[in-house]
Design a protein around this ligand. Structure first.
Ligand SMILES: Nc1ncnc2c1ncn2[C@@H]1O[C@H](COP(=O)(O)OP(=O)(O)OP(=O)(O)O)[C@@H](O)[C@H]1O
Length: 691
C-alpha cells in the first residue's frame, strides 16, 4: 500500500487521472515515451491494492510474454505472498485464450478435450503437406500454401483468376477435421475457439486491460468483446503512431471503432519523458500529426548521421565506438543498443563485437525449428503425451537425423502392427512410465527414451544436441516444480508454452539488465529504451524495406519512428555506400533526408578500408563455422519480412535449376527457373544441392 501511494505520487496529472479513472471503458491514447507501461502497471497495482480487486478478476493482455512478466513481477514485489498462479489471466492473447480453453471453457462442445496441444505454423504446414500427399489433393501455388491457408481461414479468395479450381477447400476441410481428431489447435484456433465458447458467457472478468492496443486485430477484438459482461470495465492503452504489425491484420481504425462500440471515454498522455528534444523533434518528422506530443527534456546532442563503406566496415566502426563510449564516458554496455531492419544483418555485427570481447546479446525470436534436435524432441514428447497426435508420431519416427528414418509405408505398417519400432514402443509406453514417475525424476526422460541412441554419439554435434535436450528437460522440470503441477499436466503446459514462445521459453527473452550491448531488429525494440542507440543500414531496401504499397511504406516510417524514439540521449544513424546486397540501394534513404539538417551532425566514416579484406574474411569464416541461423516462423512479435531469407538452389535432372521454396520431413517444393513450382516426395526424388 505504501509503495502504491509513492507510485501514484510519481505520476503526472494525465497519468494519475488515467489510473484513477473508473469509467466503464477508457481509451488511453499514449504518445511515445509518455509512460504507457508506467501507467499500466500503476493501474493494476491501484486496482489490486487500493480497490481490492482480486487479480483473478482481471484479464491483462499484452503483446509479449516479457511485458506480462514485468507487470506480474511488480505486483509480486509489492506483496510477496502473491504468486504467478494468482494472476492466471495476465499474458499474451494466445496464452490467456489457451488458459481459458484448457481450464474454464467447455472445449468438448467443439470436439476437443481440455488436454489439447498447440501446433505452431510449421506443424500446421507439415500436416497440410502430409494430407496433400495422403489424399492426393491437387493444390496450385504450393509454394504459397501458408498464404493460401491464411486466406482460406479468413474467408479470402486468393488468385481469383485461377483458370481451374484446385482442392484447396477440400484440403482445409480435411485439416480442420484432422486437427480435431488429433486434439490440436493452431495459434489462430486458440483465439477463435475461445471466442466461440465465451459466447456462452462463462467467463466475465471485472476488468480487461490491454497493452499496445494499436496492434490488435479483428479476432483479438472479438475475443475481448466476448469476455465483456455487463459490469466488465475496459482499459485499453495504445499509440496509433506505433502501429507496426498491420500485416497481422491489425484494425485500421481500431481507436474509433473502440470508442464507438463501447462509448469509451478518451484520455491522452502527451508528455514524452524519454528523449532529448533533438531526438524527439527528429522523430516528429515521421508523424502525420505531432501537435500533441510534448517533450520535457533538454536539447541534448545532435543526431549523428554516418556513412560506412559496407556492413563489415560498419561493424568494425561500431566496435571502436562502443569501446570509446565505455572507456572515455564510462557508459555501461547495457545502455547501448544497435537496431537493424532484418535479422540477417545481426551476424556481422555480433561476430565483430564478440571478436573484440564486447559483451553482446542478440534478441531473436527463435522458433523450435531453429534447433532441429529440439524440434524433433518436442515432437517426440507431444506424441508421447497425446496418443491421437498422428502428425507428431510420424515426425518423430520419420526424422532421418534423429528418429528412425522410417518411410510412410513402414509407419503405415506399424499402425497395422505388421512391423515394430523401438521408438514407437517408447512413445506408447510413456504414459505408463509417467504414472509412478515423480516430477523430481523427470530428468530420467533422457534415459527412458535412450536418447543417446538417436543423437549419434560419434557425431560432432552430439554434445551440443545433448545439451539442448538436457537444458530443455531441466527448464521443463523447473516449470512443473514452480507451478506444483502433476507430471503430465505440467509437461502439456510446458510443451504448449514452448510452441507459443519458441526457444525463448529456455530464456526469458532479452535481459535488459544484463551488462551487454543489445542487438535487435526494429520490430523487437518496441517498448524498450536505451541511452545510446545506433540504427544501421538506413539505405533504401532496408530502412525502408522495399514496399509494394503506400500503406507498407507508411508502416516502415512508423517502424523507424519507433526505433528513433527508443533513444534517450544519443542517436546515430548510418547507411552504406556499398551495401553488399543487390536488393539494397547505395546511399542514404529518404528517411535520412527527412531528418531536419539543424538536428543532424553529418560525419563521414573515418574507418578506412585498410584491413577490409581480412575483416571480411575473418567474419565470413566465423559465419560459416557457426550454425546457420534459420529465420524464425512468425510467433508473437515477429517480422514477416524475415521469413524468406537464404535461397537454397538445387538441380533436378528433368527440370533443371531452381530455389527451394519450402520443405518438411517428407516433401520438398522447388520453384524451377524454367518450370515454376513443383512438389516432390523426398523419398522418390534426388535433388542436387547447389548452394
Ligand atoms: N511521471 C513521470 N515522471 C518522470 N519520468 C517518467 C514519468 N512517467 C514515465 N517516465 C519515464 O519515461 C520513460 C518512458 O516511460 P514508459 O517506458 O512507461 O513509456 P511508454 O509510453 O511505455 O513508451 P513507449 O510507448 O515509447 O514504449 C521511462 O524512462 C519512464 O521511467
Amino acid at each position: 500500500m505504501i509503495k502504491t501511494d509513492t507510485m501514484l505520487r510519481k505520476l503526472n496529472n494525465y497519468q494519475k487521472d488515467a489510473v484513477l479513472d473508473n469509467s466503464p471503458a477508457l481509451l488511453l491514447n499514449a504518445h511515445v515515451g509518455s509512460g504507457k507501461t508506467t501507467v499500466l502497471i500503476s493501474k493494476v497495482m491501484y486496482l489490486r491494492f487500493v480497490k481490492a480487486i482480486d487479480l483473478k478478476d482481471m484479464v491483462v493482455l499484452t503483446f509479449t510474454n516479457k511485458a506480462a512478466k514485468e507487470i506480474k513481477d511488480r505486483i509480486k514485489t509489492e506483496n510477496s505472498e502473491i504468486k504467478d498462479k494468482d494472476m492466471p489471466y495476465f499474458g499474451t492473447f494466445h496464452h490467456v485464450a489457451s488458459k481459458l480453453l484448457s481450464q474454464s471453457l467447455p472445449v468438448e462442445d467443439i470436439g476437443y478435450t481440455s488436454d489439447f496441444t498447440i501446433m505452431d505454423p510449421d506443424e500446421l504446414m507439415e500436416m497440410a503437406y502430409r494430407l496433400m500427399i495422403e489424399h492426393r489433393f491437387n493444390i496450385k501455388f504450393k509454394n504459397k500454401l501458408p498464404n493460401r491457408i491464411e486466406a482460406i481461414k479468413n474467408g479470402i479468395t486468393l488468385y481469383g483468376n485461377m483458370k481451374r479450381e484446385d482442392d484447396m477447400a477440400a484440403l482445409w476441410e480435411c485439416m480442420v477435421e484432422e486437427k480435431q481428431k488429433q486434439n490440436k489447435m493452431d495459434f489462430d484456433d486458440l483465439i477463435i475457439n475461445a471466442t466461440k465458447l465465451l459466447k456462452i458467457g462463462l467467463f466475465t472478468p471485472k476488468w480487461i486491460i490491454i497493452d499496445e492496443f494499436q496492434d490488435c486485430n479483428a479476432a483479438q477484438l472479438a475475443f475481448m468483446k466476448e469476455m465483456c459482461g455487463t459490469d466488465t470495465k475496459l482499459f485499453v492503452v495504445g499509440d496509433p503512431n506505433q502501429i507496426i504489425y498491420s500485416w497481422r491484420g491489425s484494425e485500421k481504425n481500431i481507436f474509433t471503432t473502440f470508442k464507438q462500440t463501447y462509448d469509451a471515454k478518451e484520455m491522452t498522455l502527451p508528455i514524452n519523458y524519454r528523449s532529448s528534444s533533438t531526438i524527439l523533434d527528429a522523430a516528429k518528422q515521421f508523424l502525420a500529426d505531432s501537435s500533441e506530443l510534448e517533450g520535457v527534456r533538454e536539447e541534448g546532442n545532435k543526431i549523428v548521421v554516418k556513412n560506412h563503406y559496407n556492413p563489415f566496415n560498419e561493424a568494425k566502426y561500431l566496435c571502436d565506438q562502443i569501446k570509446n563510449l565505455q572507456r572515455e564516458a564510462a557508459v555501461n554496455y547495457r545502455d547501448i543498443a544497435i537496431f537493424y531492419r532484418t535479422q540477417r544483418q545481426s551476424k556481422t555485427i555480433e561476430d565483430a563485437l564478440v571478436k573484440e570481447r564486447i559483451p553482446v546479446e542478440v534478441s531473436m525470436k527463435k522458433s523450435l525449428k531453429d534447433v532441429p534436435v529440439l524440434r524433433w524432441f518436442v515432437s517426440l514428447l507431444k506424441a508421447s503425451i497425446n496418443s491421437n497426435d498422428k502428425n507428431n508420431i510420424i515426425t518423430a519416427l520419420n526424422n532421418k537425423e534423429f528418429g528412425e528414418g522410417l518411410s510412410f509405408a513402414k509407419i503405415r505398417g506399424l499402425w497395422k502392427s505388421e512391423d515394430s519400432s523401438v521408438l514407437l514402443d517408447k512413445i506408447i509406453g510413456f504414459e505408463a512410465w509417467c504414472n509412478p514417475t515423480k516430477v523430481e525424476n523427470i530428468s530420467e526422460i533422457y534415459d527412458y527414451f535412450e536418447l543417446d541412441n538417436y543423437l549419434s554419439p560419434t557425431s560432432s554435434t552430439y554434445l551440443e544436441n545433448k545439451t539442448f535436450i538436457l537444458d530443455f528437460i531441466d527448464s521443463m522440470k523447473h516449470y512443473i516444480d514452480d507451478k506444483k503441477l502433476a507430471l503430465t499436466e505440467g509437461m502439456l503446459e510446458y510443451l504448449n508454452s514452448s510452441t507459443l514462445y519458441g526457444l525463448n521459453i529456455l530464456k526469458d527473452s532479452i535481459d535488459v539488465e544484463d551488462d551487454s550491448v543489445k542487438l535487435m531488429t526494429l520490430h523487437a525494440c518496441k517498448g524498450l529504451e536505451f541511452n545510446h542507440v545506433f540504427i544501421v543500414g538506413a539505405n533504401d531496401g532496408l530502412i525502408p524495406l522495399r514496399s509494394s504499397s503506400t500503406e507498407a511504406y507508411e508502416e516502415e516510417k512508423r517502424l523507424f519512428f519507433v526505433g528513433i524514439t527508443r533513444a534517450k540521449d544519443d542517436l546515430e544513424i548510418s547507411y552504406y555506400t556499398n551495401p553488399d546486397n543487390y536488393r539494397v540501394l547505395e546511399g542514404p534513404s529518404d528517411f535520412v533526408y527527412m531528418l531536419p539538417s539543424h538536428l543532424v551532425a553529418k560525419e563521414e566514416s573515418k574507418a578506412r578500408l585498410v584491413d577490409l579484406q581480412s575483416i571480411r574474411k575473418e567474419i565470413q569464416e566465423n559465419q560459416v563455422k557457426s550454425a546457420q541461423i534459420q529465420e524464425s516462423t512468425p510467433i508473437e512479435g515477429d517480422d514477416p519480412e524475415e521469413k524468406s531469407s537464404d535461397e537454397k538452389r538445387v538441380k533436378h535432372e528433368k527440370y533443371g535449376e531452381g530455389i527451394i521454396e519450402s520443405e518438411d520431413a517428407d516433401s520438398i517444393t522447388v520453384i524451377f527457373d524454367a518450370y515454376g513450382s513443383k512438389t516432390f516426395s523426398k523419398f522418390f526424388t534426388t535433388l542436387e544441392y547447389l548452394s
